[in-house]
Design a protein around this ligand. Structure first.
Ligand SMILES: Nc1nc2c(ncn2[C@@H]2O[C@H](COP(=O)(O)OP(=O)(O)O)[C@@H](O)[C@H]2O)c(=O)[nH]1
Ligand SMILES: [Mg+2]
Length: 331
């Protein structure tokens, strides 16, 4: 079931609404048999808009959608009445969605921020009514503009990178707290590991133009830990991570290298291929220990993995962590 539900590519035929026609009309009233032009403008055709839906993490909801049409604008009418605009179509997509022209492959837009709402295709503009064309030399224009035609095209929606960095750590390691400290994602802190079984994704901006996706994927370690199976729902998800960030709290009961070894084993049991990915280690909650203890702990760090002592609460080494992750992603 996991495989079918994981949809990262859809191809849809979109059509905007066409603009409503402007009206050619002249005022007629009791005592005014031949009034001036009063034809109103046509309404705008509906746009096709893509809007971020941070709760979604695949394009599953669009899997069976083949056509999306926005509404046409209504024509203008006499009495300077403007036609109503066609209703826009708002398509909700997960963060990381890229829209491409299906024929040329040209990237049309990307949805990366939780408040993103972008026009993918603009509806046709409404035509001007004949009142608009009234001038000193032509008091009675007998023409109006037609509305702009609709546009239509095949568009591919694709999840570019679902997650660049995956977090690996036992419950309580501080994964959700880090995610909320470095991105706009608002995961529940101190939450019971299985209350949210969807990956929490956040866009981390290192500096302008340098962003990556950080994913807290529940069910990997917790699943392996508490009983197999659950983690497999997100297998493909974590497989797309290019770097794994291991997280061990500074106040763990175990030794750092012991806990690291356990995490490695859990991961290996889950999917041995994951061990081929570059790894970094964050010792979390380092605000809870003093400098002397940190110095001691440094000597007990597992070998062969770059490590940083961080604190999501005080911000200690958080920028450095972002830089290090960025470098690991862009070697
Ligand atoms: N002092 C301190 N506490 C932290 C830090 N990061 C997380 N915590 C606390 O550790 C607990 C577990 O954090 P959470 O992010 O939910 O861990 P998760 O289970 O790995 O997602 C919560 O009570 C957090 O407030 C930190 O940097 N410093
Ligand atoms: Mg959590």
């Amino acid at each position: 079931m996991a495989e079918q539900n994981f949809v990262d590519y859809v191809k849809i035929f979109f059509r905007t609404g066409k603009g409503g026609a402007g009206s050619t009309h002249f005022f007629r009233g009791p005592g005014t048999p031949k009034g001036g032009p009063d034809g109103g403008d046509g309404g705008r055709g509906g746009h096709i808009i893509l809007k971020a839906e941070p709760q979604e993490w695949t394009l599953l909801s669009l899997k069976y959608t083949k056509h999306i049409f926005a509404e046409d604008g209504k024509g203008g009418s006499g009495g300077l009445k403007t036609g109503s605009d066609g209703k826009d179509i708002i398509v909700k997509v997960p963060l990381g969605t890229v829209a491409k022209d299906a024929e040329t492959g040209e990237i049309l837009l990307e949805i990366t921020e939780k408040d993103d709402k972008k026009i993918l295709m603009s509806g046709g503009r409404g035509g001007k009514g004949n009142n608009f064309f009234k001038s000193s030399t032509n008091q009675t224009p007998r023409y109006a503009q037609p509305g702009e035609p609709a546009t239509e095209r095949w568009i591919i929606l694709e999840l570019k990178v679902l997650a660049d960095v995956g977090l690996v750590g036992f419950p309580n390691a501080g994964k959700s707290t880090l995610l909320s400290a470095v991105s706009a994602a608002k995961p529940k802190i101190g939450d019971y590991p299985f209350t949210t079984l969807v990956p929490q994704l956040g866009i981390v901006s290192v500096r302008p133009g340098q962003n990556f996706v950080l994913a807290d994927i529940p069910g990997i370690i917790e699943g392996a830990h508490l009983g197999k199976g659950i983690g497999h729902r997100f297998l493909r998800h974590i497989e797309r991570n290019s770097v794994l960030l291991f997280m061990i709290p500074a106040d763990t009961d175990r030794s750092l290298s012991q806990e690291y070894k356990i995490l490695i084993n859990e991961l290996k049991e889950f999917n041995p291929d994951l061990l081929d990915k570059p790894r970094l280690l964050a010792i979390t909650k380092s605000d809870l220990i003093d400098a002397d203890l940190e110095k001691m702990l440094r000597k007990t760090l597992p070998k062969g993995i770059p490590a940083l002592f961080i604190s999501s609460v005080t911000g200690k080494n958080i920028q450095q962590l972002k830089d290090t992750l960025w470098e690991a992603l862009n070697p």
